[in-house]
Design a protein around this ligand. Sequence first.
Ligand SMILES: Cc1cc2nc3c(=O)[nH]c(=O)nc-3n(C[C@H](O)[C@H](O)[C@H](O)COP(=O)(O)OP(=O)(O)OC[C@H]3O[C@@H](n4cnc5c(N)ncnc54)[C@H](O)[C@@H]3O)c2cc1C
Length: 284
Amino acid sequence: MIPAPFEYHRPDSVDAAVRLMSSLGEGARVVAGGHSLVPMMKMRMTDISHLVDLQAIGALRGIAVDGASVRIGAMTTQHELIASEALAKAAPIIREASLQIADPQVRYMGTIGGNVANGDPGNDMPGLMQCLDATYDLAGPGGNRSVKARDFYEAAYYTARADDEILTAIRFAAKPCGYAYEKQKRKIGDYATAAAAVTIEKAGGRCTAASIAMTNLSDTPVFCEEAAAALVGSTLDQAAVGKAVAAMLGAINPTEDNRGPVEFKRHVAGVILRRAIERAASRA
Ligand SMILES: Cc1cc2nc3c(=O)[nH]c(=O)nc-3n(C[C@H](O)[C@H](O)[C@H](O)COP(=O)(O)OP(=O)(O)OC[C@H]3O[C@@H](n4cnc5c(N)ncnc54)[C@H](O)[C@@H]3O)c2cc1C
């Protein structure tokens, strides 16, 4: 299908992009890799009169690892996330999750900023960023501000970002920990039926800290604080894992669609969380 007519803009700085977004008003949208937005435009599911392309803004690209602090520019592609040895050392769960997104062609274009700003419950990065307790940096006409990934998602395609704000970077503190990104999908390249991001810290055979977030099991990613709390202090035995799975099942709210009925999704969610906890524990 062919999208409706639109005007194309290509600013070369964040300031210029913000100025354009606030002057063009409601019909303006930024485009990053275009791998979610352009299909929606072609299917005429969204009404866009001005497209503001972020590709020429060099300041939005790149990965910086400085000790424990990690900063990823919004226009960094999923391919670049996978290729970065510094990032794989600081937060290997990002490479593990990115390799499960779509296929290499999509990953060469799809950006981390587009993935987290999109608000699609099927995107893998939002849940992962909640698990890592990441912060999103936003630039808008009123200046810069930061929002925690755990506070960003309001409903499907609705986030705390105002229409004229641009997500510039994602930041988090990397900690040595066991990790796992477990995803069940119908076929290679598909969005998740259910996915789990888990990190676990251990000392003296006991879990000292844990973080869990689930993907595509509600209209937003689900940060499962209670499920993680069920693991802390335990030896990560079957009883503790069972409590964590039960707490997670109490926090999700899947709906029936072409990936299966509700009971199936709840079953899959339990299986993948159990697997993710076990793998993360074995790496802690
Ligand atoms: C066949 C296929 C399979 C896929 N499978 C998966 C999958 O399994 N898991 C997964 O997570 N993703 C999947 N994707 C999505 C893909 O990985 C991209 O991450 C996704 O398209 C978003 O990134 P993008 O750069 O393409 O964003 P775009 O499509 O350019 O933008 C998406 C939305 O975010 C907004 N946006 C983009 N960048 C910014 C910014 N810096 N500031 C503010 N708003 C911004 C846009 O206005 C738009 O509303 C798939 C895509 C395809 C085509």
